[in-house]
Design a protein around this ligand. Structure first.
Ligand code: PGA
Length: 261
């Protein structure tokens, strides 16, 4: 089941992957992880079309499976949408919600994301709710205000430590090769942790995402309150993703894992 105490390494495949190469990639990842001590939780988030094909391979190797989005509705006339129960049925324990590509390209609002998260919790999924500022908001000094509002509006009342993870993903860092400084990440994660405690009286695990690579993973994971990493492009490359998992293994200590319990 879901382990809440280990560093969490999540691979968001976005709209990438066809069945045969995807099965080969996950089999190779699983084989490389076999007989290694389980010092971090690994999850992949492939496109919905691949979930059923990857379900058994993931189960065999102890890799968690998640969806990239879900509907706030349980069922019915919602062409193109996928419910949280359908993700669960396809072997998922997790779902990413409010990724900036959904917020920006599909105009998803924080309140939509909150309703989706509540539906995901009802179906027994752990949500990874993404927050983060754009380049323009950062330049105008609005980053923390934007994140604050996203936290207040996107996290449903059903959220607790065990079913909710927050991912800090500065939009300008996604797929660009740029990252905030480690001090900036420390301060923002501290801000998120503080706000979550104030608003919900609950702690949450917090991941960092945006241009994570094998080369920077260890430094990122050593930042206090970084409880894991949400990885995009590098999760599609076996060597890179394994390098990130290796960094998570070698970085772990309770204080560093981002748990503020
Ligand atoms: P990236 O994407 O690692 O390719 O920057 C991260 C994400 O979008 O979750």
């Amino acid at each position: 089941m879901v382990n809440t105490s280990l560093p969490f390494i999540a691979g968001n495949w976005k709209m990438n992957g066809l069945k045969v190469p995807a099965m080969e990639l996950v089999t190779a990842l699983g084989a490389a992880l076999t007989n290694q001590p389980k010092e971090c939780e690994v999850a992949i988030f492939p496109p919905a079309t691949l979930l059923i094909s990857l379900m058994n391979i993931c189960k065999q190797y102890g890799i968690q499976l998640g969806g990239q989005d879900c509907s706030s509705e349980e069922k019915g006339a919602f062409t193109g949408d996928i419910s949280a129960a359908m993700l669960k049925d396809a072997g998922c324990n997790y779902v990413i919600l409010g990724h900036s590509e959904r917020r920006c390209l599909h105009l998803e609002t924080s309140t939509t994301i909150r309703d989706k998260a509540a539906a995901a919790h009802r179906a027994g999924l752990v949500t990874i709710i993404c927050v983060g500022e754009t380049q323009e908001q950062r330049e105008k000094g609005q980053a923390l205000a934007v994140i604050h509002q996203q936290l207040v509006e996107s996290i449903p009342l059903s959220a607790i430590y065990e079913n909710s993870i927050i991912a800090y993903e500065p939009v300008w860092a996604i797929g660009t090769g740029k990252t905030p400084t480690l001090e900036e990440i420390r301060d923002t994660h501290h801000f998120i942790a503080d706000n979550a405690l104030k608003q919900f009286e609950k702690p949450f695990r917090i991941l960092y995402g945006g241009s994570v690579k094998a080369a920077n993973a260890k430094d990122l994971l050593l930042v206090p309150q970084v409880g894991g990493l949400l990885v995009g492009g590098a999760s599609l490359e076996k060597g890179e993703f394994l390098g990130i998992i290796e960094a998570a293994r070698s970085s772990s200590s309770p204080r560093r894992r981002g748990s503020i319990r």
